[in-house]
Design a protein around this ligand. Structure first.
Ligand SMILES: C[S@@+](CC[C@H](N)C(=O)[O-])C[C@H]1O[C@@H](n2cnc3c(N)ncnc32)[C@H](O)[C@@H]1O
Length: 305
């Protein structure tokens, strides 16, 4: 693995889970030092009983100062993947995710792409005016248009469609068929003859099963795994500023990447360490004790009605 110099005058954060508020902890991390930020922050007002909640109306103002730190520590070639989903408030989808994307663009981020995580095995259910929620967003932000991406690492088997589709090629299939929408993209279907592997789409069909029952919002390890493979190479550094039970760190280590995890809840820090290193260890801590999220007094006046 590469030699990262992340020692600050305070602590060495490499391959550790730091106990504290990510907004404060990140102040100790040098700028332009992280290759991938992969995270699932607390969802607005959900799971209040387990780790507090942020009102949907205050979500953007709560998140933006953290996003500013993410932007500072991310390398220009790096990527930030945000796993989030807007909740229903008073019978309609709240707009905080859309508002957040717009504000992050104002902060200087590029909204490069959006992936959908289709939860293959979610439970059936019945609601009076909508269907079962079966997908979440993974929003990709970058600092620069040219970022590191290793597409070959997530190729998938070509699948059965190829047998029929490639057996009967039309004349258009044999030449580059330019997009009718004028996007500049085109396809030449015949290029895929004889290939076993193809590039995936931006929809990930993954089961929700995590095998990790100690955090109420843990994602399955193959979610971070997929993005770590796509956006980093061996020895790179992955940050999860809302670490929870340590899934991102676990995946990063399995794939030979370094990680930094930050988690505000001491109990989750212990759970994550146990999961990653198999034991409880003494952690660097900024002494963050609060579990409830507070909007600074000067921001309350900016509340949406
Ligand atoms: C959705 S959970 C992450 C779950 C994680 N992906 C996993 O697989 O276990 C969000 C986590 O962020 C933590 N958190 C909330 N605010 C934080 C903050 N300001 N700094 C660091 N962690 C925070 C919560 O305690 C919670 O564990």
């Amino acid at each position: 693995m590469s030699n990262y110099q992340l020692k600050t005058d305070k602590k060495d954060y490499l391959d550790k889970i730091i106990h504290g508020d990510c907004e404060k902890v990140l102040l100790d991390i040098p700028e332009n030092s992280i290759d991938l930020i992969f995270t699932s922050p607390p969802y607005a007002d959900q799971r209040v009983k387990t780790y507090g909640g942020i009102s949907p109306d205050h979500y953007v103002e709560w998140f933006l100062p953290k996003a500013a730190q993410f932007k500072r520590v991310l390398k220009p070639s790096g990527t930030f993947i945000l796993n989030i989903k807007e909740r229903v408030v008073n019978g309609e989808r709240h707009t905080y995710v859309i508002d957040l994307i717009l504000k992050m663009r104002e902060q200087g981020w590029l909204w490069t792409e959006e992936f959908i995580w289709h939860k293959k095995n979610s439970y059936p259910g019945k609601w009076p005016n909508r269907f079962r929620d079966n997908w979440e967003r993974l929003i990709q932000f970058n600092k620069e248009k040219n970022f590191s991406m290793y597409q070959e690492s997530v190729m998938v088997p070509v699948g059965d469609w190829a047998k029929d589709r490639l057996a009967k090629l039309s004349e258009t299939d044999k030449i580059r068929d330019e997009s009718r929408a004028g996007s500049g993209f085109g396809k030449n279907v015949s290029n895929w003859i004889g290939r076993d592997m193809v590039y995936p789409t931006n929809v990930l069909h993954l089961a929700t099963e995590t095998g990790n029952k100690r955090h109420s919002a843990a994602f399955p390890s193959y979610l971070p795994e997929w993005f770590i493979k796509l956006f980093t190479k061996s020895g790179d550094l992955v940050l999860d500023p809302f670490m929870g039970s340590g899934t991102t760190a676990f995946s990063a280590l399995q794939l030979g990447r370094h990680f930094i995890g930050i988690e505000i809840n001491a109990e989750y820090v212990q759970i994550a360490n146990q999961r990653i290193y198999g034991k409880q260890i003494k952690l660097p801590s900024l002494g963050e004790k609060k579990k409830k999220y507070k909007v600074p007094a000067n921001k309350k006046s900016e509340r949406k009605k």
